[in-house]
Design a protein around this ligand. Sequence first.
Ligand code: CMC
Length: 382
Amino acid sequence: MSESATPYPYSPGLEGVPAGVSQISEIDSDRSSLQYRGYDVHDLAEHGSFEETAFLLLHGHLPNQHELTDFNNRLGTEREVPDAVYTALQALPPTTHPMDSIRTAFSVLAAFDPDYTEPATNHEANLRKAERIVAKAGTMVANGHRIRQGLNPIKPNPEHTTSENFLHLMTGTAPDPKTAHLLDASLTLYAEHGFNASTFANRVTVSTLSDLYSGIVTGIGTLRGPLHGGANEEAMRMLLEIGEPSNAQAWIDDALETKKKIMGFGHREYKKGDSRAMYLTKIAKALGIEKGNTKFGEIADILEDTMRERKNIFPNVDFPASYAYYLLDIPIDLYTPIFVVARVSGYCAHAIEQLSNNRLIRPKAIFDGPANLTYVPLADRA
Ligand code: CMC
């Protein structure tokens, strides 16, 4: 339906429509910048840790050393999950996508939270739940990966950071510090992004006074799609399909000619480039040089130049994340679940913000169907 045909202001996909007030992050489309609670994400990724960012998002300020140590200790002691979560994951078919596994894992986990019966508006209980959610997400994704391979889950080491814990459980070996550091920076970049589709869906859910876990499950289900978080996996499959830099120009020419969507490019909010992609591209390309595998960076250059020149469209965070994760030997179908490991911190911050000043989110539909039809009894219908 066209805008002019409705009596209301209407923007398909809610493009450009403010849908609420938030103090958590600010996207500046003109400057291609992103700030979490006033801090530029580049600074947080460069100088801080994912845990500092998670604390900032949940508690509203950057932690001092004492607060960060306490927070890390709390996360460390909360990394383990009940056996019932693993039993549920073991019951899933081995073909289950890890995004469906992590969505299921959070559904099971909810009932075991010690604050399960607390009202949705209990702020202190919500903060405790949020820390447990952040602590356990990586454990469930990485041990879910083990279960899918027929391996047993591993006990988390409480001394490990979020990225070290993830790598330890995924590989079954001591985490490589450099890999953990790069993964950590990507978690910071993925942690939060305003009213993106999955965060907004999460806020809609908790606005009914449902609980944080229901918001997380909603968010994961929404993030899964290829127009959102699922793009990082699709982008890597595209790079593998292209295969070599010498194939890239013909591939992108054909893709544009046949009006294909190029995964990992474009963004609703950034029309001059995604700040997170700019940062991660440098990391991914440097990693390629270090690993002696520059072909994805070279293919990326050709796709980026062509998309910019012909469509004025830039890569988003999912594009460099895809080949960075590939170069770190992370299986492709864990890329979007890693996004979950980071983004649950943003989901929880938004759920808590929504619940601290709640109004049910309930927009209006513009009805565009038949009306006032005569009911014909079933026996008389043709
Ligand atoms: N490849 C080719 N053309 C594109 C692309 C792309 N990736 N993105 C946008 N366009 C074109 C689109 O075809 C349209 O052209 P036209 O006006 O000629 O029909 C124009 O640009 C506007 O696109 P749109 O789809 O109306 O823009 P949107 O704001 O609704 O979409 C988007 C944003 C992210 C859904 C879209 O850019 C897209 O589908 N990108 C590929 C999937 C992707 O990478 N998603 C990750 C998003 S960022 C991180 C995250 O949230 O996970």
